[in-house]
Design a binder for this molecule. Structure first.
Ligand code: ADP
Length: 477
């Protein structure tokens, strides 16, 4: 979520953040420099005051009248106006009486405060005296010709403060200018970095369902935008693929639906062409119903697949004994096998359990078994073998049909794929049975494959995750 007060464009936001960061860094830096400078200036001033106190013996002494008086030269040059300002000196008695003073007359310093503070050696403080700039005062205890006194060396902070003010003035002018420059630089940089986004957006706008083959321009696949573009392009490729298979599915479905409809129509037309006996009409209606059956099966299969595609089929797993399930399916299709004089035998391990939705898994076994009956010759034997292999529950449907050439092994699971269209049409298949079987098995996390020898037969193998062995392991099959 973006705060409401932030600008909407990333470019402006980046610029703002960048400028804020630069301003914060510069402020911190300037603050540090200011403190460093201030410290240095005070140290220098304090050192001078220290020197002033050290040199006091050369400047004053006790006069003949017992009062403190300057000694040596006291001319203007000796007033020692150096770059730190004019120096002052005060001598106070321990009981707070001003004994001697050397400095501008117009300024009077307050007497030293409590003895604990300024009458002790080494104390330095800043004192405000009237309208002048603050004064830096250093005090020290001193023995002047045997008398204990307090010396105070004083210098004005005017110059120091002036220098600090100049520094702050420089910062005050320079900092906004630097931040402004950072804003401009940041904006240009952000503009440059984000320029591919504009190009990508312009191209993305032109991509429609009819132009899914187009891709976004990618300038550098390794940077963030490049990676985003690559992901987008991959998504487009997947979309294109889905669109294409949907288009193919619709076209194939329409084609498959048209065949029985045409047959239905022509049977009807032929039936109506001349008057017929009741028996002949019955035959015509029978053929028409056969086509309707074919249509119904096809529509059912299409419906199953479209539900599967939309992931609208809810899998409700329950514990199933695989051999029992195989037995049920074999019984269900026995009538069909009987018609062709075929025999279905269910064999293999009992007590192989899986967690599966019986309705869905039945569709898989049913389609495979139905194919085995369909494509095996009359009188053939169809075996359904259940076994357990490490980490798997396996169900195999082995037939004695024509077999499938290796090149078709993968493709027969595709929708509408039939090896021999003409022959398959006779048997009524639309090439959807194995697609449904594959979906049903995969919906349970399993897999289905075929192994076959042309002229000998095929083996369709369904592999599923086994359910843990329960106490009710042995169920008659
Ligand atoms: P159909 O409805 O046509 O049977 P399927 O998806 O079930 O469609 O099967 C696809 C194709 O695979 C079939 O058209 C057929 O050519 C081939 N096929 C499937 N099962 C067998 C089998 N047991 N033996 C030989 N060919 C088979």
């Amino acid at each position: 979520m973006t705060a409401r007060w932030l600008p909407r464009s990333i470019r402006a936001r980046l610029t703002l953040w960048f400028a804020a960061a630069i301003a914060a860094i510069l402020l911190a830096y300037a603050g540090g420099a200011y403190l460093f400078l201030r410290n240095n200036l005070y140290r220098q001033l304090d050192l001078r005051l220290h020197d002033d106190l050290e040199a006091v013996e050369e400047r004053i002494g006790l006069g003949a009248d017992g009062r403190i008086a300057p000694i040596g030269h006291t001319d203007a040059a000796d007033q020692d106006e150096d770059e730190q300002g004019r120096r002052w000196l005060e001598v106070w008695s321990l009981d707070g009486e001003l004994l001697y003073r050397e400095g501008p007359e117009e300024v009077t310093l307050p007497p030293p405060g409590t003895p604990g503070r300024t009458l002790h050696a080494g104390g330095v403080e800043t004192v405000r005296a009237g309208a002048t700039a603050p004064l830096r005062v250093r005090s020290a205890a001193y023995g002047l010709d045997g008398t204990r006194v307090v010396l105070r060396a004083v210098r004005s902070e005017a110059r120091l403060r002036h220098e600090l003010a100049e520094f702050l003035g420089g910062i005050g002018l320079g900092l906004p200018a630097a931040v402004l420059l950072a804003c401009v630089g940041g904006y240009l940089l952000a503009d440059r970095a984000l320029s591919p986004v504009g190009r990508m957006a312009a191209r993305a706008r032109t991509i429609t369902a009819q132009r899914l083959g187009e891709r976004l321009p990618i300038e550098n696949p390794d940077d963030e935008l490049g990676r985003l573009g690559t992901v987008f392009n991959e998504t487009l490729a997947r979309l294109e693929c889905s669109f294409e298979s949907l288009r193919r599915f619709t076209a194939d479905a329409a084609h498959e639906l048209r065949t029985p409809l045409t047959a239905l129509r022509s049977v009807g037309e032929v039936g109506l062409r001349e008057s017929r006996t009741a028996g002949e009409y019955r035959e015509v209606v029978g053929s028409m119903l056969e086509e309707v059956d074919r249509l119904t099966r096809l529509v059912d299969a299409l419906l199953t697949l479209s539900r599967a595609d939309g992931e609208r089929v809810e899998i409700r797993p329950q514990r199933l004994e695989l051999r029992q399930l195989a037995r049920e399916m074999a019984d269900y299709l026995d009538v069909l096998a009987d018609e062709k004089g075929q025999r279905i035998v269910v064999e293999g391990a009992k007590g192989v359990y899986v967690e599966a939705d019986p309705l869905v898994l039945r569709q898989a076994v049913l389609n495979v078994l139905d194919n085995a009956i369909e494509y095996s010759p009359e009188g053939a034997l169809i075996r359904v073998l259940v076994r357990r292999s490490p980490g798997e529950a396996v169900l195999e449907v082995i037939d004695q049909g024509p077999g499938i050439e290796t090149e078709h092994w993968e493709r027969i699971f595709e929708r509408f794929y039939r090896i021999d269209r003409a022959r398959s049409r006779e048997t009524g298949g639309a090439g959807l049975g194995l697609s449904i079987a594959q979906w049903a098995v995969r919906a349970h996390g399993g897999s289905i494959e075929v192994e076959s020898r042309v002229g000998e037969g095929s083996c369709f193998r369904i592999r599923l995750a086994p359910a843990p062995q329960g106490s009710d392991a042995e169920t008659p099959g």
